[in-house]
Design a protein around this ligand. Structure first.
Ligand code: PMP
Length: 344
């Protein structure tokens, strides 16, 4: 049985959070003399809403969840770090994750002096459920999964993820940063069934808002309350909140971008197949592809000379000889393809 109180660090369970001026009053005010703000330079003189109520309501409508199950952060990297700080005792606790995967789980763990137990994906980049569950011991507080996974690009099998969520008594974080590009559905709809599930999503990818830094964690009210208690009081600035309110009205545009990018991805895959130095193109459910090449360094350096930057993932587990390529605009993709054609 999952019990959040057993997962939390004692100091976090007992923490009395900072109470900001705006925490203690909500409603319509005429004169605000409570927060030592400057009356000039409106509207930037005021602190933003610490709970981002309007933005959460809007996101709740968009995602079909309650506002109380949403945490908003400075990118989804913020809730990743907060989860470590809430749950893992430095030097004592550990987390289990897949390999290869997104690098920030390891970095956040290292910052918090927490051991990461990495379990290799299978050859076709799927979960080895038994190996993952056997890596768990009494100090394992969280399991991190990422679907579609970065850098492999594929979605993880949903039934296998559910086995892990169902059998593990700690928190399972499923990072869905690229879910809008994937044919399979999000695990968001299963939140009420799994009190130990945290789903991460972001506005940095399909929504094209990486610059405003806005990430989301969805979980039980209980978990969201803990994250909200330990975050910086004003973690999302006013400009981000306002810009997001405006951009979220354009979900039709986001859907169109996704269609275009998926089309561009297929085009890129077709072009790449014909290059003699491309050994393999891994199936992708995201806005990037992973390819295995001969002479990786030669190709990478040549593209840098051409001022085209892609990502060398060859040092990552199971990704020897692999490059990760983001799908850009039609013109950008064409520029890459033309540059590679010159190598033949
Ligand atoms: N999760 C995954 C799997 C990612 O690849 C990335 C960004 N590369 C993130 C999270 C971070 O997203 P954000 O911009 O919301 O911090």
């Amino acid at each position: 049985m999952f019990e959040l109180s057993k997962i939390l660090r004692d100091n976090i369970r007992q923490l009395k959070p900072y109470s900001s001026a705006r925490d203690e009053f909500s409603g319509e005010a005429e004169v605000l003399l409570d927060a030592n703000e400057n009356p000039f330079n409106q509207p930037f003189n005021r602190y933003p809403d610490p709970y981002q109520r309007k933005l959460k309501d809007k996101i709740a409508g968009l995602k079909g969840v309650d506002s109380s199950s949403i945490f908003l952060g400075n990118g989804s990297d913020e809730p990743i770090d907060l989860l470590f700080r809430a749950c893992c005792k430095p030097g004592v606790d550990n987390v289990v994750t897949i390999a290869p995967t997104y690098g920030m789980y390891q970095v956040a763990a290292d910052i918090n002096a927490v051991e990461v137990r990495k379990v290799l994906l299978t050859e076709d980049f799927q979960l080895d459920v038994d190996a993952l569950l056997s890596a768990v011991d009494e100090n394992t507080k969280m399991i991190f999964l990422c679907s579609p996974n970065n850098p492999t690009g594929n979605v993880l099998d949903q039934q296998e993820m559910l086995k892990i969520i169902g059998q593990f008594n700690g928190i399972v974080v499923v990072d869905e940063a690229y879910i809008d590009f994937a044919p399979s559905t999000s695990l968001l709809g299963l939140l009420s069934r799994y009190p130990n599930l945290v789903v991460l999503q972001t506005f940095s990818k399909a929504w094209g808002m990486a610059g405003i830094r806005l990430g989301m964690a969805f979980a039980s009210d209980e978990i969201i309350q803990v994250l909200s208690k330990i975050k910086y009081p004003y973690n999302l600035n006013m400009l981000t909140q306002e810009k997001a309110m405006e951009l979220l009205d354009h979900s039709d545009e986001m859907n169109r971008w996704v269609e275009v990018l998926l089309h561009e991805r297929r085009k890129m895959e077709m072009e790449m197949i014909d290059f003699p130095f491309v050994e393999k193109i891994y199936p992708s459910d995201a806005n990037f592809i992973l390819i295995k090449v001969h002479d990786l360094k030669g190709i990478y350096d040549y593209l840098v000379d051409e001022k085209i930057i892609i990502r060398d993932r060859s040092k990552v587990e199971l990704c020897e000889g692999c490059l990760r390529i983001s799908i850009g605009s039609s013109e950008e993709n064409q520029q890459l393809v033309e540059a590679l054609k010159a190598l033949i």
